[in-house]
Design a protein around this ligand. Structure first.
Ligand code: URA
Length: 214
């Protein structure tokens, strides 16, 4: 597994404002959107390209285009929806699938309540959007699902990650056994999880902060 922590002053600045408990919902949503676009730039580095021949207004030139098939973006409901526009901005040709996961707040175990994805993902690069990589249970489930359908590579884009979640993904998909490249791109790796499974220092409940508490 490859872990990329985006080390950039703009990322750090926006993340600090996201963490701040005084940041209102409308600003949180705008900042999360901007932060995802910055992370998307890093998360898409490995995408394959095809050489193409074009004509500029001046002369003939060689260039590249993203190779097919189109990537698939998979926001994990509910909070991943707040990351979708930021990701689509850089990948307007991507398709979108949805996975709904709900976490039992007592056991911290996540269960799948919806999966709207193509049955055949053969050769597709998948971008899973989940703001908080906490215990890693949700991400592990989604990665297993897309690999079982033929994904060529899986990149998780997370605003924040906990060491516990990263360890779980690393041990669940050992490089020797998993022949699908797995990457995690995040703005920061925080200190730990608390007893309620929240990332510390974190930013609280990402869904509530994006959409307002339910
Ligand atoms: N989900 C959240 O929204 N926040 C956390 O800190 C952990 C899981």
């Amino acid at each position: 597994m490859q872990i990329l922590v985006a080390d950039h002053p703009l990322v750090a600045h926006k993340l600090t404002t996201l963490r701040d408990v005084r940041t209102p919902t409308y600003e949180f949503r705008r900042l999360a959107d901007e932060l995802v676009t910055l992370l998307a730039y890093e998360a898409t580095r490995h995408l394959p390209v095809d050489a193409v021949h074009i004509e500029t207004p001046v002369t003939a030139a060689e260039g590249v285009r993203l190779a097919g098939p189109p990537p698939m973006i998979v926001p994990v409901l509910r909070a991943g929806i707040g990351m979708l526009d930021g990701m689509m901005r850089l990948l307007p040709g991507a398709e979108v699938g949805f996975v709904g996961m709900a976490r039992d707040e007592q056991t911290l175990v996540a269960t799948t309540y919806a999966a709207r994805l193509s049955a055949d993902l053969t050769g597709r690069e998948i971008f899973v959007l989940d703001p908080m990589l906490a215990t890693g249970g949700t991400l592990e489930t989604v990665i297993r699902l897309v690999i079982s359908r033929g994904a060529a590579g899986v990149t998780a884009v997370c605003l924040l990650a906990a060491p516990e979640g990263l360890r779980r993904i690393e041990t669940s998909f050992p490089a020797d056994d998993t022949h699908v490249p797995i990457r995690v791109v995040t703005a920061a790796v925080d200190a730990r999880l608390n007893d309620h499974g929240y990332i510390v220092p974190g930013l609280g409940d990402a869904g509530d902060r994006l959409f307002g508490a339910v």
